[in-house]
Design a protein around this ligand. Sequence first.
Ligand code: ACO
Length: 524
Amino acid sequence: AKNVGILAMEIYFPPTFVQQEALEAHDGASKGKYTIGLGQDGMAFCTEVEDVISMSLTAVTSLLEKYKIDPKQIGRLEVGSETVIDKSKSIKTFLMPIFEERGNTDIEGVDSTNACYGGTAALLNCVNWVESSSWDGRYGLVVCTDSAVYAEGPARPTGGAAAIAMLIGPDAPISFESKFRGSHMSHAYDFYKPNLTSEYPVVDGRLSQTCYLMALDSCYKSFCHKYVRTEVQETVSIFLYDYGSQFSPHVASTFDYRYERLEGKQFSLSDADYFIFHSPYNKLVQKSFARLLFNDFLRNASSVDAIAKEKLGPFSTLTGDESFQSRELEKASQQASKPLYDAKVQPTTLVPKQVGNTYTASLYAAFASLIHNKHSELAGKRVVLFSYGSGLTATMFSLRLHEGRHPFSLSNISTVMHVAGKLESRHEVTLALSVLEIIKYSSTTMQNSKVIPLPAMPLSFGFCCVIQHDQLFTPKKFVETLKLMENRYGAKDFVTSKDSSLLSPGTYYLTEVDSMYRRFYAQK
Ligand code: ACO
């Protein structure tokens, strides 16, 4: 199979979220710490009716329906997740009813787990399967699904929740440049989940940042090393002359020899159009891209202009370890890389900034942002992605984009994912209120509500307004929800509120966990 890669994508995130600005105030953090310091705008979270299984059921059914894929056409299903619901039964098996209904139980693949890297492991497995001799001609399907929640403290604003489904096959608009991959795997205790009674990780935030940046450095070095281009074809004329001997006359001839030369051209930031990073919070993405520019600077690569060289010059003699510790270098390289960051990274940041860290889905949520923002300009472009999972595992890999053919085209993927619509629907008009109601709401439960008058409304309505949806989820409500979820984690024998009023049609939700821990879901 040729040009194997991603044919189709769908993204789902819960409609419930908190504004980082409001959370900042609620937590008593200094103004700007979460929004500027971490670079985050919003954080989605699951209420008691949603979890990683319901989100992946929603993403998979929506993908199959919107791209008109018969479940019988799926030959491999791989799930990446680090949200443990069952220590034995995979999330993949919870998705099987979708396929069993259509008589398809011949589907390879299970779950992959290592922090935020599981989605990439699942994706590489599927791509390798389609490229292998065991491929049976059907599609692969990858699902990345996570609910990222932290105990109260500095890590809490770096949560999020989402599921992403990706259809894998040949002749894809998003194809892998499989030769260009650099990995870094090592043993570290930066973020892990040893407490099996809690959903929260044990996290050493500072260490996790350093581990992430060191893994990035190492992957970039391997990636650059493997970046060898084979396109250069050359023809040489060879002239042969034999002096002969006393028994044979001399001979001379010329012939042309055409050959393919391996060109070891150095890779630099100039060789890719976009860089996409696993995005726990946007500030780390800014630091990551800056670190790549510093790498290019040390290798004297063409991507570093004179201004950047001048800024980075004072740091050229730092040892590797010193360079990871230097705050001055961090700031100087962020400044030096700003123009390139704006062009090559900024278009990938929308969903991670609005939805938060979605663990295994985070990298692909960033990719979804790029397709959403630039789908009409992406044909022919190269995108380099960096996937990181604490503990630790990391891979940098490269994708080539082509417009593709409907339904597997970049423009259709953008339409199906409907990123802007999904983000906006979190703010959608839900209430039209009378003056009295406005006074009541704005003075009590909805202190943070923004009341927006609708000037276009007919006067006979009196004074009408809307209250933004997100205001229903004040930080207080978010904290209460997390408390409830702490009690529900690993629990049995309960029925949820079954309140699906905030979910859009087609969304799956949890209704019950019975006395045998069996989980039941319904579709709105
Ligand atoms: N206005 C503007 N900026 C501010 C303000 C303010 N009022 N207050 C602080 N800041 C800045 C800080 O200077 C810092 O920026 P810098 O890194 O550029 O210097 C940033 O905000 C964060 O402030 P810190 O004091 O460093 O934050 P803290 O230590 O409290 O927590 C951390 C940050 C460590 C990232 C924490 O949220 C965490 O542990 N998160 C989970 C771990 C994580 O996501 N790791 C990433 C890789 S692993 C993974 O994906 C899970």
